[in-house]
Design a protein around this ligand. Structure first.
Ligand code: SF4
Length: 467
């Protein structure tokens, strides 16, 4: 009898791929299953969620005060503290610090903010080599790809894809054994840690009370980034603050459970300054607090999204994300959180992402699992309303105009003929389509067979049951 999520993982790992997928589907995705099981550690998990929500909402409503307090504490601890209002300014500041410290190679821990700023390309253009050290992010980097999930950036790849990439990069002959892949990555990345001049990280949380930063990873790469190189730069979104050290306990408990279904991440690290007598760490430390549109979000009617702790739980349960995959969102943040955050952070380019809030059935699963109780469906409706009132037209947003659809839907004969014709699409080799956008879309995906008209046939059969 399988009684724990870990036992399911162990059992499923021995099975052929197709059977494994069926086992996981039967028990829901493993992360979701584990998350649900761990919630039972608490007598009243909802109370913890409400507390986390209140802590984060209080913080963003007093952000100016807590930012000032955190900056004072960090400075007193010997950290250089800088503020950047825009993406360009944040990158300039990071480059300035690196050039001042004669940095040539940077090792980076996973950071969604860095993805948001497109930092790697900028550093490379300015003669600084950036090496991602989270295994998923490293694979994204060598494949010149983009992440498709906040926590699991290569959820769209399998071990055979990764083995081919490693072979291409000269990390060994083709071998798709997961242990071999991770050993090869470890050997390669250790050399990078040791030759780097600078380590870059984000921070999962920063306590305003002490300036203490919390960094969590399951691979220990953030620990390497802040101990091996002589300089540490942390680029942190201004919404990452919490008021007190004790709030970190609440947040860390919820983050690991919601993100990966663990009680705690394997490596949880607290930093509050550079090396000093009796204290280990980098020789120098710089913190850059980045706004990049967050103040604007704070002043909007969707500011609850700034509570987000980037756990990815809403992505794991979203029926749209799970079918469309992260790349369909065309933005750094995907899934329900991305459908809210991407248009808001885009500012004057709101129209570019104004279609994303429509990528939701409003089923509410995202809100149900969100550890900080963000009312995502409500925010999606507010953004749909904003798109409508600002007249971000369908055509401008790159989505198909609805007028032809309306005509089709109101002409039943044409509709039925269209459905019949669409069934033919199942036998067309769509992957060989000459349209580049179609090729890109269908390259990593298989379209489920079109089942047009199935409902009508089913209804017809019900009306005429066999004698
Ligand atoms: S919106 Fe909630 S569930 Fe989604 S990533 Fe943020 S904290 Fe996690």
């Amino acid at each position: 009898m399988i009684s724990t999520p870990q036992a399911i993982d162990r059992f499923a790992s021995q099975l052929p791929f197709g059977v494994k997928a069926a086992v996981y589907e039967g028990t829901r995705a493993p992360t979701v299953w584990r998350r649900d099981a761990l919630a039972r550690d608490y007598a009243n998990p909802d109370a913890l969620r409400k507390l986390a929500s209140q802590i984060k909402q209080h913080t963003i409503e007093h952000l100016d005060q807590y930012l000032e307090q955190a900056a004072e504490k960090l400075s007193a601890n010997g950290v250089e503290v800088l503020f950047a209002e825009t993406s360009e300014r944040a990158k300039e500041l990071a480059l300035h610090v690196m050039q001042r410290e004669s940095v040539k190679v940077v090792v980076k821990s996973k950071s969604m903010l860095s993805e948001e700023l497109h930092l790697n390309a900028f550093l490379q253009k300015n003669g600084i080599q950036a090496v991602e050290t989270d295994l998923g992010e490293y694979i994204i980097q060598i494949d010149d790809d983009i992440p498709s999930h906040i926590v699991k950036p290569i959820v769209h790849k399998n071990r055979r894809d990764i083995a081919k990439s490693f072979e291409r990069e000269g990390l060994g002959d083709y071998n798709d054994d997961p242990q071999t892949i991770t050993h090869r990555a470890r050997k390669h990345l250790r050399r990078e840690f040791l030759r780097a001049d600078c380590g870059m990280t984000g921070a999962n949380f920063v306590s305003a009370e002490s300036g203490r930063m919390a960094l969590v990873t399951n691979e220990g790469n953030a620990r390497w980034c802040v101990t091996a190189p002589r300089l540490h730069i942390a680029m942190i979104g201004i919404e990452k603050l919490v008021p007190r050290d004790r709030d970190l306990g609440v947040m860390l408990n919820l983050l690991a459970r919601s993100a990966v279904g663990q009680q705690l991440t394997i490596y949880t690290q607290f930093l509050n300054g550079p090396r000093s007598p009796g204290k280990d760490g980098p020789e120098k430390m710089t913190v850059i607090f980045v706004d990049n549109g967050r103040s604007r979000v704070l002043g909007s009617n969707c500011n609850e999204i700034l509570r987000c702790i980037r756990c990815g739980a809403c992505q794991n349960v979203c029926p749209v994300y799970r079918q469309a995959s992260g790349h369909a969102y065309r933005a750094t943040y995907q899934g329900p959180v991305g459908a809210v955050l991407s248009p808001l952070l885009a500012g004057k380019d709101f129209a570019k992402y104004a279609d994303l809030p429509k990528a939701s059935s409003l089923c509410g699963a995202c809100n149900e699992v969100c550890p900080v109780d963000i009312p995502i469906p409500d925010l999606l409706l507010r953004l749909r309303d904003k798109a409508f009132t600002e007249g971000a037209s369908e055509a401008k947003r790159g989505t198909p105009p609805m007028a032809p659809y309306a005509w089709l839907a109101t002409h039943p004969q044409v509709w039925r003929a269209g459905i019949k014709a669409s069934n033919l699409g199942n036998s067309l080799p769509l992957k060989l389509s000459p349209i580049p956008a179609m090729q890109r879309w269908l390259g990593p995906r298989d379209l489920p067979p079109f089942r047009g008209g199935a409902f009508r046939e089913w209804m017809q059969d019900r009306k005429n049951p066999p004698a």
